[in-house]
Ligand binder design. Structure first.
Ligand code: NAD
Length: 483
C-alpha cells in the first residue's frame, strides 16, 4: 500500500520516496515541487545524489540475470499486475498528477488509464528469433537479447504516459531499469514506484528523482547500457553526446513543430474542433500537438472564424475545477517562454484571432491564442511553442504548403485534412516526419511505431521496432560440419 499522505511543519506533502533495490528510501537532498495553478510549493520529495544513483544502477545490474532469464510470458504477468495497479490507483495518482502538472483531473485519469492499456498493448507484441538460412550446410539464426540496464529520463508534460512506454519496453524485453522523472513533476512517478515496489523482484525497477545533473550522471554512467530520453531537442543533443563516451544505445523522443495542412474541400466547422483539440489540449504542451495550421485560401477565412469560436469554449483554470478544459502552463520557465513568444508575435503585427492577453492571476495561466498574418520566418512559425498559441497560415498551392511544412529541422509528425482521404494520403506521405496522419492528429497505439525524423528524435518507441531497440541483435551461425 502507498504511504499515507504526510505533511511537514511547513504544510508541505512529504510522503514520497525513491525506489532503490525494492526499498522505499529517502535521500540527503530534497526537491520542492510547485503547483502550477498557484505558483506555490506544495510538496517536497527526496532528490537522489550520485551515491543513490550508483546504488540504483548496482541493484539493477544485480537483478538483470534473473529477470532476463524469464520468458516474455513470465515478464508479461508482472507488467499486467502493474497495469492493474495503475487502474486501481488511478484516482489517487490522478489527483497528484493534476496537482504537480496542472492538467484537468479527468485528463490525468485518462493519462494513467492510457499508460495501463499501452503497457498491456506492448505485451501483445511477439519478438521472435529469425532463421536467415537453414540448409544442409549451415544454419544462421538472428536472435534478440536484452541489453542490460536501461536508464529512462522523462519530461513534465505527460510524466506517466511517457514513463510507461519506455519502462514497459525495457522490462518486457528483459532489461532492468533506472527511471528518472522530470524535477518539475517527480511525484506521481515516485508514487507509482511505491505502489509497484512489491510487484517486481528487487532491483528490477528503480526510480530516482533529481535535478538535471542526475540525468547527466545517468548518461555518463558506465553501468547503464541504454538511455531512453524524452525531452527537448537541445537536451537530446547533450544526451547523445554524453552517451557517446560509453557507446550507450540511445532512443531520443524530442520536440516537434507539427504542421496540419487543411485542403480546400473540407467543412471548416467540422475540422476546426478537431484541429483545436490537437493544438491546444494539455495547453499545447504535447510533443505531437498541431503547432502550425496551413489553411487553403478557399476555406481560410471560415476556418479562422470556426477556430476562434472553438477557442471561446475552452475554459482555462485550475485542473480541479470540473469546468476547466485547459490547465496552467506546467512551470514558470515555460510560462515565461510562451508569454515572450505571444508578445513577440503581437509586436510583429500578427492579427490575434482569439486570446492573446495574459490573465493577471496567480498561477501560470495563458488563454488559448490563435494568430494569423505572421511571417513564415517569425519565431512562432519557426520555433516549438509548446504552449497554447498556434498560428494559422494561408496557402494557395499544395506544393507550396508542403514546402513550408517541411521547411524545418523538426520532423515529429504532421497531418493533412480533406473530404477525400486518399487525396490527403498522397500529400501526407510527402511530409518529412515520423508519423503523417490523415483527418486526425495525435493518434498513437502500442503496435504502431512512433518517433521523430530529423531533429525530432532517433529511433522509435512502441511496436516491434521500438521494443527491439532495447535488445541487441545476435547472430548464431552454425556450420553443420563436424570438426
Ligand atoms: P528537457 O529536455 O528540459 O528535460 C527532459 C528531462 O531531461 C528532464 O527529466 C530533465 O531533468 C532531464 N535533463 C535535463 N538536462 C539533462 C542532461 N544534460 N542530461 C540528461 N538529462 C537531462 O525537456 P522538458 O522541458 O522536460 O520537456 C519538453 C520537451 O519535451 C518539448 O520539447 C517536447 O516537445 C518534448 N517532448 C517530446 C516527446 C516525444 O515523444 N517526442 C514527448 C513529450 C515531450
Amino acid at each position: 500500500m502507498a504511504q499515507a499522505q504526510l505533511v511537514d511543519t511547513a504544510g508541505l506533502r512529504t510522503d514520497f520516496s525513491l525506489l532503490i533495490e525494492g526499498e522505499s528510501v529517502g535521500a540527503q537532498d530534497t526537491l520542492d515541487v510547485i503547483n502550477p495553478a498557484t505558483g506555490k510549493v506544495f510538496a517536497r520529495c527526496p532528490a537522489a545524489g550520485r551515491a543513490d544513483l550508483d546504488r540504483a544502477v548496482a541493484a539493477a545490474r544485480r537483478a538483470f540475470p534473473a529477470w532476463s532469464a524469464l520468458s516474455f510470458q513470465e515478464r508479461t504477468l508482472f507488467i499486467k499486475q502493474m497495469a492493474a495497479i495503475l487502474r486501481t490507483n488511478a484516482p489517487e495518482l490522478a489527483e497528484l498528477l493534476t496537482r504537480e502538472q496542472g492538467k484537468p483531473l479527468q485528463q490525468s485519469v485518462d493519462e494513467i488509464n492510457r499508460a495501463a492499456s499501452q503497457s498491456e498493448g506492448m505485451t501483445q507484441i511477439v519478438i521472435s528469433s529469425e532463421t536467415i538460412t537453414d540448409d544442409a550446410e549451415r544454419r544462421i539464426e538472428l536472435r534478440y537479447v536484452p541489453l542490460g540496464v536501461a536508464g529512462i529520463i522523462t519530461p513534465w508534460n505527460a510524466p506517466i504516459n511517457l514513463a510507461a512506454g519506455p519502462l514497459v519496453s525495457a522490462l518486457y524485453t528483459g532489461n532492468t531499469v533506472v527511471l528518472k522523472p522530470s524535477p518539475y513533476t517527480p511525484l506521481s512517478t515516485l508514487k507509482i514506484g511505491e505502489l509497484i515496489r512489491d510487484v517486481f523482484p528487487r532491483g528490477v525497477v528503480n526510480i530516482v528523482a533529481g535535478g538535471d545533473a542526475l540525468g547527466q550522471w545517468m548518461t555518463e554512467h558506465p553501468g547503464i547500457d541504454k538511455i531512453s530520453f524524452t525531452g527537448s531537442v537541445a537536451t537530446g543533443k547533450k544526451v547523445m553526446a554524453s552517451c557517446a563516451s560509453t557507446l550507450k544505445r540511445v532512443t531520443l523522443e524530442l520536440g516537434g513543430n507539427d504542421a496540419a495542412i487543411v485542403l480546400d474541400d473540407v467543412d471548416p466547422k467540422v475540422v476546426a474542433p478537431k484541429l483545436f483539440f490537437a493544438g491546444f489540449v494539455n495547453s499545447g504542451q504535447v510533443c505531437m500537438a498541431v503547432k502550425r495550421i496551413y489553411a487553403h485560401e478557399k476555406i481560410y477565412d471560415a476556418l479562422c472564424t470556426a477556430l476562434a469560436e472553438e477557442a471561446r469554449k475552452w475554459i482555462v483554470g485550475d485542473g480541479f475545477d470540473p469546468a476547466t478544459k485547459l490547465g496552467p502552463i506546467q512551470n514558470r520557465m515555460q510560462y515565461d517562454k510562451v508569454v515572450d513568444l505571444i508578445n513577440d508575435t503581437k509586436r510583429n503585427g500578427a492579427r490575434v484571432l482569439a486570446g492573446g492577453e495574459i490573465p493577471q492571476t496567480p498561477g501560470y495561466f495563458i488563454n488559448p491564442t490563435l494568430v494569423t498574418d505572421v511571417a513564415e520566418n517569425s519565431r512562432i512559425v519557426r520555433e516549438e511553442q509548446f504552449g497554447p498559441i498556434v498560428p494559422v497560415l494561408k496557402f494557395t498551392d499544395v506544393e507550396d504548403a508542403l514546402r513550408r511544412a517541411n521547411d524545418t529541422r523538426y520532423g515529429l509528425s504532421g497531418s493533412v485534412w480533406s473530404r477525400d482521404p486518399e487525396r490527403a494520403a498522397a500529400i501526407a506521405a510527402r511530409l518529412e516526419v515520423g508519423t503523417a496522419w490523415v483527418n486526425q492528429h495525435r493518434a498513437t497505439a502500442a503496435n504502431v511505431p512512433f518517433g521523430g525524423a530529423k531533429e525530432s528524435g532517433m529511433g522509435r518507441v512502441y511496436a516491434d521496432i521500438g521494443l527491439k531497440s532495447y535488445m541487441e541483435p545476435r547472430v548464431i551461425s552454425v556450420l553443420k560440419q563436424p570438426v
